[in-house]
Design a protein around this ligand. Structure first.
Ligand SMILES: Cc1cc2nc3c(=O)[nH]c(=O)nc-3n(C[C@H](O)[C@H](O)[C@H](O)COP(=O)(O)OP(=O)(O)OC[C@H]3O[C@@H](n4cnc5c(N)ncnc54)[C@H](O)[C@@H]3O)c2cc1C
Length: 333
C-alpha cells in the first residue's frame, strides 16, 4: 500500500535538517525547510565539524549503537555523495605513547595493524616519523561545507521549498521536524552543550591522503585533509556551554599536537580558530522525540555527519509505517 504524502516543515538547515529534508523530499513528501540565518550554514554546529565518517574509531569512547548506526550512515554517504573521500583513517601514536595505540586497538574493530614500511606507502610524509599504526580502511571523511551545499542543492532539485532568514514560529502542515540543535534546549530540558574548538591551517609542504588521529594521554588530535593543502585540526571536548572564542590553552594543544605529527605544520598558515557547541543528551546518543505532530531530532553530539542520514531514514520510516526501532524514540532522560 502506498503511504499518504505528507506536508512537512523542517526547522534548521544544519546537517540534521538537511538530511531530513532530502530523505522526505526524495520520498515524495511536500517539504518546507526553514532556517533562521539569512546565509546558509553560518550559525550551525555543523559548519565546524571535521565531518569524519568514522564509525569504528568512534566506538573507542562511544556506545555500540553509534557504531551500528554509523556503519549504515557511512554506507549511505558513500552511495549518494561523490565528494566523500573514502581513504580510511590512520591512527598513530608516538613510540612513548604505544600503550594508547594498544588500548585503542583493543576497544575498536574494523582495523588492521600496519608497520613502518606500509606507513611509508600510505602516507609518505609521515612514514619515517612513526613505527606502527592502525588503519581503518573503510572509514571516510568529507568537507562539511561541500557536503551541506550538495545536500541543499539536491533538496531544491527535488522541489522542496527552502526559506533562509526566517525564524520558525509554527506550521500548518501535517508534521514539524525540529532540527534546531542546541537552540532547542528550552523544549528538551536534558539537552546539554559540549564545547568544541578547532583550527584550520594551510600548508603546501605536507600531503596527507586520509584522516590521521594522533593519540596522546592528555588529548587526542585528529587532522582531516580537506584538499588543496587545507587541514582541519580538531577538536577539543569541553563540558561547557560557552561559545566564546578559542582559549589560548586549546590553541596551544591543537597546534602543538599538529607540530608533533609533523614539524612542517610549524610553517602552515593559520586560516581560522573557531569554537561551537555540540548538542548532546546525557548518554551522548541521539533521540527522536515525538510530541504529537512535532518531532525533535537532536543530540547528535560528535556524530552529526555520521548519523544524520540514518536518522533521516528512521524518521521517514516512522512517518510512513510507524516503526520505532533501536530504542532511539522516546523522551530523553
Ligand atoms: C569542532 C567540532 C567537530 C566536529 N566533528 C565532527 C565529525 O568529524 N563528524 C561528525 O559526524 N560530527 C562532528 N561534529 C558534530 C556535529 O557538528 C554535530 O553533531 C552536528 O553539527 C549537529 O547538527 P544539527 O543539524 O543537529 O545542529 P546545528 O548544526 O547546530 O544546526 C541547527 C540549525 O538550526 C537553526 N535554527 C535554530 N533555531 C532556529 C529557529 N527558531 N528557526 C529556524 N532555524 C533555527 C540554526 O541556525 C542551525 O542552522 C563536530 C562538532 C564540532 C563542534
Amino acid at each position: 500500500m502506498k503511504s499518504k504524502k505528507l506536508k512537512i516543515t523542517i526547522v534548521g538547515a544544519g546537517i540534521t535538517g538537511l538530511w531530513q529534508a532530502f530523505e522526505l523530499a526524495y520520498r515524495g513528501h511536500a517539504v518546507h525547510l526553514v532556517e533562521q540565518t539569512p546565509t546558509p550554514f553560518t550559525s550551525t554546529a555543523s559548519q565546524l565539524a571535521g565531518a569524519m565518517l568514522a564509525p569504528y574509531c568512534e566506538r573507542e569512547g562511544g556506545d555500540p549503537i553509534i557504531q551500528e548506526l554509523g556503519l549504515r550512515g557511512l554506507e549511505i554517504w558513500k552511495r549518494m555523495c561523490p565528494k566523500v573521500a573514502a581513504n580510511g583513517t590512520l591512527v598513530l601514536a608516538q613510540p612513548r605513547d604505544r600503550g594508547e595505540l594498544l588500548r585503542f586497538a583493543l576497544r575498536t574493530s574494523g582495523h588492521r595493524r600496519i608497520d613502518a614500511a606500509e606507513l611509508v606507502e600510505l602516507e609518505p610524509d609521515l612514514g619515517h616519523r612513526f613505527t606502527e599504526g592502525l588503519l581503518y580502511p573503510s572509514e571516510a571523511h568529507i568537507e562539511p561545507g561541500a557536503a551541506m551545499a550538495l545536500l541543499l542543492e539536491r533538496v531544491r532539485r527535488l522541489g522542496a521549498e527552502v526559506t533562509f532568514g526566517q525564524t520558525f514560529h509554527g506550521s500548518d502542515g501535517d508534521y514539524t521536524i525540529d532540527c534546531r540543535g542546541y537552540a532547542a534546549r528550552k523544549e528538551l530540558v536534558s539537552l546539554r552543550g559540549v564545547r568544541g574548538e578547532r583550527a584550520i591551517v594551510q600548508t603546501p609542504e605536507i600531503e596527507l591522503r586520509r584522516t590521521v588521529r594522533l593519540l596522546h594521554p592528555r588529548f587526542p588530535l585528529y587532522i582531516v585533509p580537506w584538499g588543496t593543502g587545507t587541514y582541519m585540526l580538531g577538536a577539543t571536548m569541553i563540558e561547557s556551554e560557552e561559545a566564546g572564542p578559542v582559549t589560548l590553552r586549546s590553541a596551544l594543544d591543537l597546534l602543538g599536537l599538529a607540530y608533533a605529527l609533523h614539524p612542517a605544520f610549524g610553517e602552515a598558515r593559520l586560516v581560522s580558530f573557531d569554537a561551537g557547541i555540540r548538542p548532546a543528551f546525557a548518554d551522548n546518543i541521539p533521540k527522536i522525540v515525538v510530541r504529537d505532530r512535532h518531532i525533535h531530532v537532536n543530540g547528535l553530539y560528535r556524530h552529526g555527519f555520521l548519523l544524520a542520514p540514518i536518522l533521516a531514514e528512521l524518521v521517514a520510516n516512522y512517518l510512513e509505517e510507524g516503526a520505532k526501532p533501536y530504542g532511539l524514540f522516546g523522551e530523553p532522560r
